[in-house]
Ligand binder design. Sequence first.
Ligand SMILES: Nc1ncnc2c1ncn2[C@@H]1O[C@H](COP(=O)(O)OP(=O)(O)OP(=O)(O)O)[C@@H](O)[C@H]1O
Ligand SMILES: [Mg+2]
Length: 494
Amino acid sequence: MITMTAISKSFPGVRALDGVDFNVEKGEVHALLGENGSGKSTLTKIIAGVYHPDSGAMSYEGRAVRWSSPREARAAGIHVIYQELVVFGELSVAENIFINQQPVGRHGLIDKREMDWRAEDALRLRGCDIAVHRKVKHLSVAEQQMVEIAKALVGTVKVRILDEPTAVIAGREVELLFERIGVLRSRGVAIVYISHRLEEIFQIADRVTVLKDGRLVRTSPVNQVDRASLVRMMVGRELSDYFPPRRGPVPDAPVVLAAENIRVGKSVRGVSMALRAGEILGLAGMVGSGRTELAMAIFGGLPLDGGTITVAGRSYERVTPKQSIGNGIGFLTEDRKAEGLLMLLGIAANICAPALKAVSRGGILNRAREDDIAAEEMRKFRVAAPGPRTTVRSLSGGNQQKVLFGRWVRACKRVLLLDEPTRGVDVGAKAEIYGIIRRLADEGVAILMISSELPEIVGMSDRALVMRDGTVRGELAGAQITEEAIMALATHHN
Ligand SMILES: Nc1ncnc2c1ncn2[C@@H]1O[C@H](COP(=O)(O)OP(=O)(O)OP(=O)(O)O)[C@@H](O)[C@H]1O
Ligand SMILES: [Mg+2]
């Protein structure tokens, strides 16, 4: 379907792609792997007509092409789900799914009934019962991702590109997506699949291509590689100690944050928990079980409908993010684009945002100081970017995540609430982030870590809570924390 030869593409200060050969066949799932910033999204954007390559050639169905716009590529049958969600908050679910491809009825008008009906169908096929009339801005990130997936899977298309579609979904939703991809493959669709979850590659891909620093490392059938060889190709070295040694619960440590009978609308229905200094408390559960709302409410990002939060010797029935930051509590959001980063500002401004006093004097920002701090965090987290003033918008997804991480680790020394901390982060950087989380805990920071990746909960948590339908269904400690035990508590089948 697509053959790319010697493709190169540069951005100011960055060689994103350097002489890459890549091809996708009809009816195959071709996985595209590589570290953060290795050029995966850039390659797919060239396929989709978003960028022109600086050099190199591309052919589509055997004919040389040079797209004049994404619209032209789409009309030719190429569809992309982008890594960063592209949703229209003011439009309905159905309107989002059929954006640019609305069914047209008599008199050339959009056939709304047909659209709603087909949207409902597309979602239900995916086991998802979001009402199609709801405005997308009222949906959770996971629900928005389901809308994105439904959007990419309706209509007739020859090439589908999925850039980290599973970064914010889990469990049953992933299974449904994979089933659907299987159907598309059997119909001869060519699929490019990007993910940092290596186990997925072995589940669905036929071939795999690894990029490193914008160069092609290798293309190979999936049955000729294993996890270790993929990691070696991506990272350039072995990664043996993926998770730092687990310490087990810390029963005597002081409780630094206690939440009692927390209620938030319909999503959190009376949750109590205590977080001790130096522990990593995993918060597991299905998407929609109320984990994010709980953490948000503790931080002050959502109003409490009941309950109290006790921190630093004071009890609160109402708390604002500003108070929380003042109390040394940081919150790493799962939705970095909408709620975390200041996309148009530089890395330095993003890292220093919660603690401007530390970088200003008499109300005047000291830019040089900001840059120094940012440079230090960039080194610590290995953020790949030209410099501290690079705008965050131009960074790859994983590097954006590292910037956000650097911000909170720096600003908050008592409690860190982490919502999907390694979302979109490559394997090498994940290992680094796990090391950093454990080090922070060793220094006495209390950590609450929400994750949909079970191995991450199992590998990192000293203790784990499992939520379902807005309540805590069980607590596991030490060796009790297994994927099976978590699943049993998280689903109804127990
Ligand atoms: N529009 C842009 N302007 C400037 N630099 C860019 C732009 N888009 C990408 N880059 C740079 O090009 C490089 C490759 O980025 P790309 O987004 O393709 O990486 P990726 O492999 O998709 O990474 P990730 O796994 O983090 O999503 C990065 O260094 C990135 O900062
Ligand atoms: Mg990317």
